[in-house]
Design a protein around this ligand. Structure first.
Ligand code: GDP
Ligand code: MN
Length: 380
């Protein structure tokens, strides 16, 4: 789950990281009031979950409260990379003398977090990594040891930070690390961390991504989920406790278990097809859950065929069959469906679907080939 900048800043502030004074607003008149409170010179920052807002015109520096209001009106009407701007953060403007990048992210290859720092902060860090990899330093953090003092000093040296700022820099990194661990984050990033005109460090931007699997133990963070930027279908799926991820192809898939989902996608690829989604109904799904899942799949208009691939264990094939029937009576589905039910109560399941208008197949290969050719518009 990605957090908005203002939410990430609130977290960082709790860990002693200096952030500019600021408040969140939903209307331009609020923005004017906040700007007056903050002394006039403010930055108006669109709150959307994409990078490069600056380049897209979603971040404007205002000299007066009137100008702040004017910029807010423009920004609140914008879409950035397809996402509508519903809120802006109004921060007191900071005079920047130097910009740095610091971030902590999961490094899957090394199986540990890595601290990334760069003296080339502010702009696109991915671009720096590509064009000037020597400007980026990486320091791996052993999760059992935590971040050690010498590593933080190495980071300060690596980004050429003036000696007088080391102490506060180390406090910032310590705070970032603690926030990362406490929040079960997969990313905690400050870009840019700046030296202001009073020679202090300030975090001008903030980005936190929380591991979705840990949300059950962060009830406070779960409330921060920004519904605007999630796929509506993904939100719907979450309500029913199924995992749905939209993909690029045209074959809607319903399976039980993430492993089977991946195998299903692989075999569709093998036969020249491509999945439109990844939908995992989990173990022991009820017919209601199955019906809801089918509706979610059908809400994607790119779907040209549906492949239901169920391996009955805890999940019972007859429950799944009932769900399919429920949904298809409800929705009058015109899209061809291939159903493969194997395992617990398989015969009962097939019995239920006997008179319905589906293509069933016994082997995974047959079923996948059918789903692919149906998606291409061929008759079964
Ligand atoms: P991003 O483009 O989405 O990463 O948004 P950022 O919050 O990082 O802002 C982009 C750029 O705007 C920063 O790198 C800064 O150069 C500039 N910026 C942001 N806040 C301020 C500020 O208070 N004062 C000044 N002068 N520039 C700012
Ligand atoms: Mn940034």
């Amino acid at each position: 789950m990605k957090l908005q900048e203002y939410q990430s800043k609130q977290i960082f502030a709790r860990y002693g990281i200096p952030i500019p004074k600021g408040r969140i607003a939903g209307t331009s008149s609020e923005v004017k009031l906040i700007a007056e409170e903050l002394g006039g010179r403010v930055v108006v920052k669109s709150q959307v979950l994409v990078g490069g807002r600056g380049k897209a015109g979603g971040i404007r520096l205002a000299k007066t409260p009137e100008e702040a209001q004017e910029f807010a009106t423009a920004i609140l009407g914008m879409e950035i990379k397809g996402l509508p701007v519903r809120k802006v953060l109004v921060d007191e403007a900071v005079s920047i003398t130097k910009e740095f990048y610091i971030g902590i992210v999961n490094d899957r290859v090394h199986q540990m977090p890595v601290l990334i720092a760069s003296g080339a902060g502010g702009m696109d860090i991915e671009e720096v990594a590509q064009k000037n990899p020597e400007k980026i330093i990486r320091i791996h953090i052993d999760p059992l040891l935590g971040l050690c003092d010498f590593q933080m000093r190495n980071a300060a040296i690596g980004i050429d930070l003036p000696r007088g700022l080391w102490k506060s820099f180390i406090e910032v990194i310590k705070g970032l690390w603690k926030a990362y661990v406490d929040c079960d984050a997969t990313l905690a990033e400050i870009n840019p961390l700046v030296i202001n005109s009073e020679n202090h460090l300030v975090a001008l931007d903030a980005k936190v991504i929380i591991d979705d699997n840990s949300l059950f133990r962060h009830s406070d963070l779960g409330d921060l989920r920004d519904m605007d930027s999630d796929e509506p279908a993904e939100i719907e799926a979450r309500k029913f406790g199924v995992t749905f991820i939209k993909m690029n192809g045209n074959i809607g898939c319903m399976v039980n278990g993430a492993g089977l989902a991946m195998a299903t996608m692989d075999i569709l690829n093998l036969f020249g097809g491509e999945a439109a989604n990844f939908l995992d109904i989990g173990g022991g799904a009820t017919s209601e859950k199955v019906a809801a899942s089918l509706k979610i799949i059908l809400s994607d208009h790119k779907v040209k065929s549906i492949f239901i691939n169920i391996f009955g264990g805890i999940t019972r094939c007859d429950e799944v069959a009932k769900g399919i029937l429920l949904a298809s009576n409800d929705l009058k589905i015109k899209i061809p469906m291939v159903v493969r039910l194997i395992g617990t109560n398989q015969a009962e399941g097939q019995q239920i679907l006997q008179n319905a208008n589906f293509t069933s197949a016994d082997t995974l290969a047959q079923a996948a080939q059918l789903a692919v050719s149906l998606a291409k518009g061929k008759k079964s």
